[in-house]
Design a protein around this ligand. Structure first.
Ligand code: SF4
Ligand code: SF4
Length: 127
């Protein structure tokens, strides 16, 4: 999956910020909190998901070419799985370009609708 020097040490997926999840929890939200590092479902849900949108060119230039789709529209996927994702869905995963992942990846949060849809598709708990 990843570019060794950029391997995400602590967080994963189309991912989510654990900090946001913690904040949500501390605010007594009823939203479920999941461990993205033990998931990765949203990074292996649809080849249409990890697309480029509002990124600056400089940010996109930092994504290794091997992970970029041939038409430059987003991340290269193998089936529905982002090529930058490593590990086993539902067990242990990581993003190989975490620091420069696309904006849509930053937007997906544990427990939100997209997260739950992806987790459901992989047979992972949603509550
Ligand atoms: S770049 Fe790929 S592996 Fe990384 S967060 Fe986005 S979809 Fe997941
Ligand atoms: S599906 Fe949800 S819990 Fe799983 S990696 Fe994505 S945001 Fe995190």
């Amino acid at each position: 999956m990843p570019q060794d020097t950029d391997r995400n040490p602590a967080e994963p997926g189309l991912f989510a910020l654990a900090a946001a999840a913690s904040l949500s929890s501390s605010q007594h939200s009823t939203a479920p909190v999941f461990d993205c590092q033990s998931c990765g479902a949203c990074c292996s849900y649809s080849a249409e998901w990890p697309r480029f949108s509002t990124e600056e060119d400089a940010q996109l230039d930092r994504i290794p070419e091997k992970y970029v789709a041939a038409n430059l529209s987003g991340m290269r996927c193998e089936g529905v799985r982002c090529s930058a994702l490593s590990g086993e869905i539902g067990k242990s995963t990581a993003c190989g370009i975490y620091e420069v992942r696309p904006d849509v990846c930053r937007a997906c949060m544990p427990g939100d609708d997209d997260c739950l849809m992806a987790r459901r598709a992989h047979g992972l708990p949603t509550s």
